[in-house]
Design a protein around this ligand. Structure first.
Ligand SMILES: [Zn+2]
Length: 404
């Protein structure tokens, strides 16, 4: 049975017939409800635009970003920088097609791993040990907090009856609590590094800020978690000799870039466009939304993939379009995290000092200034361009690794 929960695992399957069927079944069902979905989305965007106008903002974008003091230019810069680096994604699509050995690459071929059977079995004890080693560049103070958490039951590790799914860090003032559903996989080791990034961010902000300034905003939250993931990935790549495992790691990293940087920016662009349509008095219909969504997929994935009719309906199953300009923060946060991890590895102690200062900052000033203090200027396109250049390098490395 295809459900929201089973859909992604099904399209990740190595069985092409299975992933094609899951894809058709999912979007076939959404097709039956497309007019309802369009009416619902239209109402949401109209509401957001009404409030922005009533509060005398120039646009719904300005209204949404003003809440956390992010300038509109940050949002537009992101889209512009990704547009300038679209060729890397086209290279990746071409490589994927080649590695899967298919005549035509379809949208249901995007999620399956191109390096089969190389997943690593990593116990929780091993994951903790590796994360400690990988985060060593963060310095003694950071590691001491990490160890304190590991040794003093901050983490509820395994799945249990009645326990919620996924992973989460709650920044309580006593000390943070982390919820995991650990399975012995590579992905779960990354989740551990990610959630401890949130936990230590909360720990340091709570310790160093008065209550009103301790709670950081989403724009910076995912930087602290993703920077740990980036350091872990760079540590693993440096210390993995086995060629197949290395290729598997690069594939994992490439997929993170695809789903976080490109895909979320495509969502952000779609959201901006439908808001502009509503502001201009146009109505949002299923046909219009499908057409726009199809065009964006063509732009983001290029001619190397068949533009399946089904994918045009993807907008209907993304709940984030109801979160009022939320998704762009995944892409900006990821870019900032990549830039900061590079800086920490390159410059060591002074870069770490800036970064720890940022982790202690909570919401004591606006997020752009906080990140500037850490050493990355999100008011420019530079961090996004650099992150995308790294993606380009990784595509090249993957091509070379798989040629051997
Ligand atoms: Zn997170």
């Amino acid at each position: 049975q295809v459900t929201h929960g089973s859909y992604i695992p099904l399209v990740q399957s190595e069985d092409r017939v299975l992933r094609k069927s899951a894809f058709e079944s999912m979007y076939g069902t959404f097709d039956k409800f497309k007019n309802t979905c369009a009416a619902t989305l239209s109402a949401q965007i109209k509401a957001v635009n009404f409030y922005a106008k009533a509060r005398r903002y120039d646009s719904s974008l300005e209204a949404a970003l003003d809440g956390t003091e992010v300038p509109v230019s940050v949002y537009k810069n992101l889209i512009e920088a990704v547009h300038d680096n679209m060729h890397y994604m086209y290279d990746y699509v071409a490589l994927r097609k080649k590695l899967l050995g298919v005549d035509e690459l379809h949208f249901y071929d995007l999620y399956t791993p191109v390096v089969p059977d190389a997943d690593m079995k990593i116990t929780f004890e091993e994951a903790k040990e590796t994360v400690l080693k990988a985060l060593a560049p963060m310095g003694g103070d950071y590691l001491a907090i990490l160890k304190e958490g590991f040794e003093n039951r901050w983490i509820d590790v395994y799945e249990n009856e009645g326990k919620t799914s996924g992973a989460y860090s709650a920044g309580a003032r006593v000390h943070p609590y982390v919820l995991l559903n650990h399975k012995d996989t590579l992905n779960c080791m990354f989740t551990l590094a990610h959630e401890m990034g949130h936990a230590i961010h909360s720990y340091l902000s709570n310790k160093n800020q008065p209550v009103v300034y301790s709670d950081y905003v989403i724009f910076v939250a995912e930087v602290a978690s993703t920077c740990n993931e980036a350091l872990l990935m760079q540590y693993l790549l440096k210390n993995t000799e086995d060629k197949k495992q290395r290729a598997y790691l690069i594939n994992y990293f490439l997929e993170q870039f695809r789903t976080t940087l490109y895909r979320q920016t495509m969502f952000a662009e779609f959201e901006l466009k439908i808001n502009e349509m509503v502001a201009a008095g146009e109505s949002l219909t299923a046909e219009g939304l499908n057409e726009l969504y199809g065009e964006l997929n063509k732009l983001y994935f290029g001619d190397g993939i068949v533009l399946d009719d089904e994918i045009k309906l993807e907008w209907a199953r993304i709940p984030h379009f109801y979160y009022d300009y939320y998704v762009y923060q995944y892409a900006t946060g990821y870019s900032a995290a990549i830039a900061l991890s590079q800086r920490i590895l390159k410059y060591g102690e002074p870069a770490v000092k800036d970064y720890i200062g940022f982790l202690k900052g909570g919401c004591s000033t606006d997020p752009i200034s906080l990140l500037k203090g850490a050493g990355v200027d999100m008011a420019t396109t530079q961090p996004i361009n650099e992150a995308l250049a790294m993606f380009g390098e990784l595509v090249k490395e993957m091509e070379e690794a798989m040629a051997e």
